[in-house]
Write a protein that binds this ligand. Structure first.
Ligand SMILES: [Zn+2]
Length: 94
C-alpha cells in the first residue's frame, strides 16, 4: 500500500447547505475512518456522529442527514457541494 495516497485524501470535507447549515466530515485521529458532524455556520458543533465511518461517502451522507435535522429542507441549487477544506496551518502532507 502506498503511503501518502491515503493521507492525501485524509482531510476535512465540508458542504454548506442553504441557510448556512454546514455539514462536515473529518478524519478520525489515528484511524482510517471518518466522523460526521453538522452545525449552523459560525457556531460550534451542534450535532455529531462519532461512529467511525469506513467510507467517506457514508460519512458525507450521515453529515447531510444531520444538516437536514438542524435545518429541514430539500437540497437544491442553494446547497453547495462537498469540497475538501484546505488546512490553514502549514503542514507537510507526507
Ligand atoms: Zn441541502
Amino acid at each position: 500500500m502506498k503511503k501518502g495516497t491515503i493521507n492525501a485524501a485524509r482531510r476535512k470535507w465540508r458542504r454548506v447547505h442553504e441557510d448556512g447549515t454546514v455539514a462536515e466530515v473529518s478524519p478520525m485521529a489515528g484511524a482510517d475512518t471518518w466522523e460526521a458532524c453538522a452545525r449552523q455556520r459560525g457556531q460550534s458543533v451542534a450535532d455529531s456522529i462519532y461512529r467511525p465511518f469506513t467510507f467517506l461517502s457514508d460519512a458525507q451522507a450521515a453529515a447531510d442527514r444531520l444538516a437536514l435535522t438542524i435545518c429541514p429542507h430539500s437540497c437544491g441549487e442553494r446547497c453547495g457541494t462537498w469540497d475538501p477544506v484546505e488546512r490553514r496551518t502549514k503542514s507537510r502532507i507526507r
